[in-house]
Design a protein around this ligand. Structure first.
Ligand code: PEP
Ligand code: MN
Length: 344
């Protein structure tokens, strides 16, 4: 249940409601929204009687939350969450481009790609230092050396960086170096990692599991928020289906559904959804048109020599083409911002 305070409610009245909720044995979470302060009642088994809360000064109304997810729910927060990463805003009316290689392979490779994508309007650089590979014999990433290269990329280009942590123990080191911690599709329900991410001081990019329903995905985000980290960015990256013309099937309808169900930003990774570079540009256009808050795409300066996912990496010229093709779909404001980023 949600206790919604009147817009005139004082801090003292809010604190009184929190105490009353805790007295009943529940957990209270104050959410200061753009238009109102609401207090979520968490850890209740069964329905909560609203009567004692409705009597308290400053309380406007109580709203039963009908969904299993609460903190991530649109019912709890009407205003879109904006995740701030440096001077980049993700969510709401903003549109973000995250680009870079699948894996950080060397300083030269990472810097070359970072400069290319920055020139074209990307404002966050991606690159795995720890790679979740199907085969234990495939390239596993450079580890801490890769993280150091990412820090160098940030220093040299001014771009923020995102990289994946594969488990909760690795999270400490990744958190030290990165601006956003990625939780990959294979780890969407790694609960110790989700709990650790909830305590992180950095935003989390939470990818959808390859067979996860939207409810399961939002519940995974709920784990992170329940531990205290509200800076969660959701990333649709395709789900497993019978189709074999594409690596996964990009679930475009997840975009409007997530936007309806949650206030969190949702971006799309067409590279892992498609698994083939010829499908990435059309799916980027489609994701933009469907209302995604941004895109995360793999780009490589020499895809044929890439140590992972070379077949889906865009050539630099294709990345430019992708941006040119999404520009007319963006709002005037988004387009202006992207073009400014391109020039600077
Ligand atoms: C990635 O983005 O590097 C990645 C491994 O993607 P996913 O977890 O979606 O497969
Ligand atoms: Mn990849």
């Amino acid at each position: 249940m949600l206790v919604v305070m009147s817009s005139y409610a004082t801090e003292e009245e809010i604190a009184q409601v929190v105490t009353a909720i805790e007295r009943e044995g529940y957990v209270a979470r104050v959410i200061k929204g753009g238009e109102r302060t609401a207090i979520g009642i968490l850890q209740n088994r069964g329905s909560v009687d609203p009567a004692p809360f409705l009597l308290l000064p400053g309380v406007k109304e109580t709203i039963p939350v009908s969904k299993p997810y609460k903190l991530v729910s649109r019912e709890l927060e009407l205003t879109d969450t904006i995740v701030q990463v440096g001077d980049v805003r993700i969510g709401g009316e903003n549109f973000v481009i995250i680009a870079g290689p699948c894996a950080v392979e060397s300083e030269t490779q990472a810097l070359t790609i970072a400069r290319t994508v920055k020139d074209q309007g990307a404002c966050i650089f991606r690159g795995g230092a720890y790679k979740p590979r199907t085969s234990p014999y495939s390239f596993q990433g450079l580890g801490e050396e890769g993280l150091k290269i990412l820090a160098k990329v940030r220093e040299e280009t001014g771009l923020s960086v995102v990289t994946e942590a594969l488990d909760h123990e690795q999270c400490d080191l990744v958190e030290e170096y990165t601006d956003i911690i990625q939780i990959g599709a294979r780890n969407m329900q790694n609960f110790s990692l989700l709990n650790r991410a909830g305590k992180a001081r950095k935003p989390i990019l939470l990818k959808r599991g390859m067979s996860a329903t939207i409810q399961e995905w939002l519940m995974a985000a709920e784990y992170i928020m329940a531990k205290g980290n509200s800076n969660v960015i959701l990333c649709e990256r395709g789900v497993r289906t019978f189709a074999d013309h594409s690596r996964n099937t990009l679930d475009l309808s997840a975009i409007p559904v997530v936007k309806q169900e949650s206030h969190l930003p949702i971006i799309v990774d067409p590279s892992h959804a498609c698994g083939r570079r010829d499908q990435v540009i059309p799916m980027s256009r489609a994701s933009t048109a469907a209302g995604a808050h941004g895109l995360m795409v793999e780009v490589h300066n020499e895809p044929a020599k890439a140590l992972s996912d070379g077949q889906q990496a865009l050539f630099p010229a294709q990345f430019t083409e992708m941006i040119n093709e999404i520009l007319p779909i963006l709002t005037e404001e988004q387009r202006t911002k992207l073009l400014q980023g391109r020039r600077s």
